[in-house]
Design a protein around this ligand. Structure first.
Ligand code: FES
Length: 210
């Protein structure tokens, strides 16, 4: 199985030009979204899952050893974009502070996620800094835009603690993929089955043994 490495050409840093991204990610197709998020040409060139993996929906290995704090990597698994985000301690504290006045399902009771995914971080125990989720809006399937920019004026100003914004109908999700109240998306973003082969290699599509 090939391993996809996180490197500078694959990721979106936190200081991206958000207005350009909003324009680019207006397209609704999954392939389009995967292609345009971040640096399109280097990403495609460095993204080489095997033909067998693509055909069979096999697990995908991703090396996140070089994924920097605040950065987001997009890989494909079973035809879906999977977002991998490296969070900071400050990010996790902000996520943990959000309550049900902000979030529709803060404890992820109705969310599609494995049983070993716990808490507000929605991550494996000991790996809370790494968020792994399916980048498809639970409303009608658009690809949410990564918006880690805390306080973004167009997303609520001081109340926006960073997260994901779906440009199709305005759904918002926090940096654990939990859906906000008063938006069309009904549930939190899906967390795919995943595990760690080593400290830095994630295997998407294989459940963790817990
Ligand atoms: S598809 Fe995301 S809000 Fe409608």
């Amino acid at each position: 199985m090939d391993t996809i490495d996180a490197n500078a050409s694959d990721v979106d840093a936190a200081d991206v030009n958000t207005s350009r991204r909003r324009f680019l990610t207006g397209a609704t197709s999954v392939i389009g979204a995967v292609g345009v998020v971040g640096a399109a040409i280097p990403f495609v060139a460095s993204w080489k899952p095997s033909a067998k993996a693509k055909a069979a929906g096999a697990p995908v290995k991703v090396n996140v050893g070089k994924l920097e704090a605040g950065a987001r990597l997009v890989v494909e698994w079973r035809g879906k974009p999977v977002y991998i985000v490296r969070r900071t301690a400050e990010t996790l504290a902000a996520v943990d502070a959000l309550g049900d006045e902000t979030l529709k399902d803060m404890t992820s009771i109705d969310a599609a996620q494995p049983s070993y995914i716990k808490g507000s971080a929605r991550a494996l125990a000991g790996k809370e800094d790494v968020l792994v989720l399916v980048g498809l809006c639970t409303h009608l399937g658009c690809a949410p835009i990564y918006r880690p920019d805390v306080g973004a004026a167009d997303l609520g100003g001081d109340s926006w603690m960073g997260g994901f914004f779906c440009p199709c109908h305005g759904s918002k999700f926090d940096l654990s993929g939990r859906v906000y109240v008063n938006v069309p998306a009904p549930t939190n973003l899906e967390i795919p089955p995943h595990s760690y082969e080593s400290d830095s290699i994630i295997v998407i599509g294989v459940d963790a043994e817990v």
